[in-house]
Every structure is written in C-alpha cells, then in structure tokens.
Design a protein around this ligand. Structure first.
Ligand code: AMP
Ligand code: MG
Length: 314
C-alpha cells in the first residue's frame, strides 16, 4: 500500500478516520514527527494522538496499560475514544511534545485500519489542518488547507461519519478526566470507570492541547442563543452568514446555512459548514447556539457546543 510505504520511508501522509482526517507519521521517527509540526504550524507543546490497530499496539507505546484501559478498549475500540496513559520510554519525546503521557486511539474507519495493518506500527497524527483552523472532514478539505504541499499524499476515505474529534479521557491520574468531549459521552465512560471528572477546559486552558481558540474559521465568528438571534442580526450593519437551525430566523440581507436538527448529522456537517461559511467571503459568521442535551442525545450537543465555543472565542 502506497501510504504505508511512504510512512516507512519517513514521509507524512494524510488519511481518513471516522472523526476527522489525520496527518500521520511513524511514531518512532522523530524527523517525520517534526514534519507534521512544520507543515501544520503546530505549537511545539501540543501533543499528538498515537493511532493504533488495537490494544497490542497500544501496549507498545504505553508505560501503564491497566485493566481499566482494557475495559474501555473492549467497549469503545475501534472508535472515537482516545485514552491518555503514561508514555513508554521507547516512544520519542517529540511524539508527545515532551509530555510524560501519551494519547492513544484505535480508529474504526476501514481506510485507517487498513493503513495501520499495512504499516504495522503506531501512527502519530493530529488533525490534517493548519494549526488553529477548522478540522478537515473530506480529502478536499485537507488539500485546501495545504495548497503549497502538492506532494502531500491523502488517503481518501470519503466524508467522515462522526465529523468531530474523538473524546479524550485521561487515565494518568485519579479520577479519570474528560479532556475533550466527543461522541463517546462521559456518562458511558462512567459506566465503566465509576467516577469521571468533566472539567470546564475552555475556562481553564491548561495542560496539553487545551488552547481555547481552535477549530476557527477565518471570518469573525460569534455564538448567539436562539432567543437573541433576530435582534443580533437586525443590529449588524454588514451582511453575515448564519449557521442556523431554522431558516425562518434569518432575514435578508443575511444568508442562512441551515444545519441538521439531529446532533449526529449536525456534527458530521459542522466543519464543512464552517468552511462553506468562510468561503462566502462575508466578514462575519453568526452561529446559532445548539440545544441542550437530553437523555436521547448522549452529550453530543455539548461536544458540538465545545467546538462552537472554541471557534468563536477571542
Ligand atoms: P488533534 O488530533 O489535532 O485534535 O490533536 C490531538 C489532541 O489530543 C490534543 O490537542 C490534545 O487535546 C489531545 N492529546 C494528545 N496527547 C495528549 C496527552 N499526552 N495528554 C492529554 N491530551 C493529549
Ligand atoms: Mg486538531
């Protein structure tokens, strides 16, 4: 397989996963890891997720892989759950940006799984976008973010089905902590782990990879609750593009991008819609805040709101 051959030769490749596209390198090749940081413009202290085929490979990069990890992996792998544990001494410092822990995930997408099988080792990969920009959910998004990297190989797997990044749970301390909400809800983790902390990471902005501004479009973007939306749009002088849940709330000269009403479909559409909004060329993007979660929505609206808040801070 061409992508696996390139990884073995020390090159970086982009590949589809079920969450977002990743930009991958051999975890054990420091020069290849450095290419990821250079191409993305990624801050040096922001660590990468090691993608693995399964728990056997996870054990290769972890110093501690206990029975809680096995239970989580049995329930959620392959899938959109990243597990943070102490890092094995075999893993180069650069692969975790110097942090003593390592984030590990087994992706479910068949393209990612085929790549991992063909390569035969862990692949460190952040999202395949310029640092701080909107994450990519199609191969075209990846190409758009790196117009100068014409030789970047992209393993196309279509549109990402989940569409937002994995849930990250940190098991390196007690109790376990959710470091990034995703489509695996904290409540499902708590069924296996017992107590799980869910700190407000946007307010804290401390620790690996928790910069509050992230996933951001180029235009000024703001998050507005449904009740305040008509008033806010009326007071804007420039025509804005509005990610809304109902077209009726958006009057001319503003332009509506109507988002799906189910949280699964909303998540799958979100990053493409933010890119579409940016491409409209208007100076302002207004995003209607999403509903509160109920017993059916499994924390997904909250995971989406986390991305919306990060796209609109500062
Ligand atoms: P990205 O794939 O671009 O979303 O970036 C990977 C993200 O995984 C980081 O921004 C962190 O949120 C998380 N992560 C990776 N490694 C670690 C780690 N060692 N400890 C905590 N979080 C991590
Ligand atoms: Mg990212």
């Amino acid at each position: 397989m061409e992508a696996a051959r390139r990884l073995s030769a020390g090159a970086i490749v982009a590949f589809a996963t079920e969450t977002v596209y990743g930009l991958g390198a051999d975890t054990f090749n420091v020069a290849a890891i450095e290419q990821i940081y250079a191409l993305k413009g990624r801050p040096a202290r922001n660590p990468l997720i090691a993608h693995v085929a399964g728990t056997a490979e996870a054990r290769r990069v972890a110093a501690v892989w206990d029975e809680r990890c096995d239970r989580l992996a049995a329930r959620f792998w392959p899938g959109p759950l990243t597990i943070v544990v102490p890092r094995s001494a075999d893993v180069p410092d650069r692969a975790t940006a110097g942090w003593p822990t390592i984030a590990i995930r087994a992706p479910a997408h068949p393209v990612a799984q085929r790549l991992l099988q063909a390569f035969g080792g862990p692949i460190s990969a952040p999202s395949a976008n310029r640092s701080g920009h909107v994450s990519p959910t199609t191969a075209r998004h990846v190409a758009e973010d790196f117009p100068d990297a014409a030789d970047l190989y992209v393993l196309d797997g279509g549109s990402c089905a989940v569409g937002i990044e994995s849930t990250v749970v940190d098991l390196s301390g007690a109790p376990a902590r959710v470091l990034r909400p995703g489509s695996v809800p904290a409540s499902a983790l708590a069924e296996i782990l017992g107590e799980v902390a869910t700190p407000d990471l946007i307010a804290q902005a401390a620790g690996p990879g928790t910069a509050p501004r992230h996933y951001a479009p180029g235009a000024a973007a703001e998050l507005v609750c449904t009740a305040a939306l008509p008033g806010r749009l009326a007071e804007l002088r420039e025509p804005a593009v509005v990610l809304c849940l109902d077209r009726g709330s958006v009057a001319a000269p503003h332009r509506a991008i109507v988002m799906p009403s189910s949280p699964r479909a909303y998540a799958a559409r979100l990053y493409d819609a933010l890119r579409e909004a940016d491409a409209c060329g208007r100076s302002r993007i207004v995003i209607e805040d999403v509903p509160q979660d109920n017993s059916q929505t499994e924390g997904l609206w909250s995971a989406i709101r986390d991305r919306l808040r990060r796209a609109t801070v500062g």
